[in-house]
Design a protein around this ligand. Sequence first.
Ligand code: WT7
Length: 658
Amino acid sequence: MAGKEIKVAGEENITSVLHEDRLFKPSEAFSSQAHVKSRQDYDRLYRKAEKDPEGFWGELAKDLHWFKPWEKVLQWKAPFAKWFVGGSINVSYNCLDRHLKTWRKNKAAIIWESEQGESRTLTFQTLHREVCKFANVLKDQGLKKGDRVVIYMPMIPELSIAMLACARIGATHSIIFGGFSASAIKDRINDAEAKLVVTADGGFRKGSVVTLKDKVDEALKETPSVERMIVVQRTQSPVTMQENRDFWWHDLMSTASADCKATPLNSEHPLFILYTSGTTGKPKGVVHTTAGYLLGTTVTSKWIFDLKDTDTYWCTADIGWITGHSYIIYGILSNGVTSLMYEGVPTYPHPGRFWEIVEKYRVNIFYTAPTAIRALTKFGEKWPKKYDLSSLRLLGTVGEPINPEAWMWYHRVIGKEQCPIVDTWWQTETGGIMITPLPGAIPTKPGSATLPFPGIAIDVVNREGKPVPADVGGYLVVKRPWPSMIRTVWRNPDRYKLTYWSDIPGVYFTGDGARRDKDGYVWVMGRVDDVINVSGHRLGTMEVESALVSHSKVAEAAVVGRPDEIKGTGIAAFVTLEGGQKPTEAFKKTLKAHVSKEIGAIARPDDIRFTDFLPKTRSGKIMRRLLRDIAAGRESVGDITTLEDYTVLAKLRQEDDA
Ligand code: WT7
């Protein structure tokens, strides 16, 4: 493997050390049974969509259930899209009711496995029943179409029931990952102006109880919009129930009627808001709507995971992230396929847990994150070798670039060299997968997400929006609207416009750098903005900085990513202290805990360095590139002529040696 320096025109250099020539073709056996069987089939689909995108998506949309058909496939007033204008549809109906009229009625919709190994199966029929009941509970609590419901729950079936119940009555859900702190919950509730919160007393994580309701209680001290809280009893941990505000799930469900028709909703009705980090200190509420999102996730699920009615499909993500929304629940259930849902983490109670579950349920399709693969690689081949993995036929990855070593391990040790691997590139904002191999059609190269999904018009361009030649790095953009795209930032269309549609003229800017090789394969190189990817989760460095400076003893903070073997990127913070505060190890611990409390454990810095000054340009901009080099232990190669004070650098390095 030879190193390669990739330059992004007019920007800092992006170095791609990846040069990968290995090519893995899907087997004849796989291709012949796949939905998309060959490169020719893919090319045909791709060209068809290129020629007539609206015709392409319109035809596919006919496979969904509509209360009333649409009048116009797309109304595009850049950068605002409306898909399937005039149509009336319901996501919960498409995921549940339409299967009840078929033999799938008693098929497993969700198979849930707890951390301790208990299991619960909900068929399409029983899931439908629970969803209808909870939809009635929501209505009884006064929830109306368009009201926002915040869901803060562990990975238990009630989480799926709650989201599908919201979708059923047109309440817009906003799920907050269970690892976020009270203060993060408060900000999200207030931004969304949620009326109701669904939570649990707690959840299990690595054998211990993680409490949840207490965090909501704390958040609710400053959230005037919330009227009610519904609490699932999962861990039996002690909680205080506030009268007339807090209700037990099981109490309300015990008397709820199971009769609840799905509300016909406008195609563009907001299905959910999901908060994600950006380049400012404040997370953005990404808004996804009904019909386009459903179509995008349904079609991508079917073709990319090659879903068949006989499959047991397992995505290991948490539903609190977009991956779980799209590829545990909506896209999978809408296809009538069995989705396995796991409560726990990969390594508890032992590093063979994932493979034990694959064996137990004879999982056929397995979708996980590179960080999990890297972590499991460390424990050695003996763990997967203990279990029968022969049911697996397709593997997938998502969240960050996968390094070829991890890819090869996945291919060899888990897939036994028999399973295609789909490396799927997408974002919270894209709603569904955008760049990916179609497993029966596209030979893969370890580390490349390969080619765009049919109907998705991507490009790699320079600042001016001009395509760059093969093997030259540039910005990854999307040139045409797509059905599952973000519609706006919640109550902030200006921010939507500014963040995604302003940097590069006329296109959607992803925030990622990429290059295409001579075969047109896309190699995503990572973020080019102040966003870092920690274990496949997006974090804004500004958010962590704001959390740090919110501590009274911190004067200034700069946060950068640095390479981490397991997480992909670790968090390094450079902090200047207020007078009187000593730069002690104990205070580093205090600050790490402070960030956990402000945002959540995922944002906890791996490394804090105290410094008297931060390196700045004469105009006062923090020189992050230098800090990145220092955090990574690299010699700085870049231009430092604009550095205000050269001695700063020397001082920071001394700190490094200490
Ligand atoms: C960012 C989006 C949507 C899935 C979970 C993350 C990075 C995602 C890949 C991939 C290289 C990837 C990008 C993207 N990313 N998938 N297959 N190869 N990079 O969602 O939190 O919205 O983050 O994750 O940098 O912009 P997210």
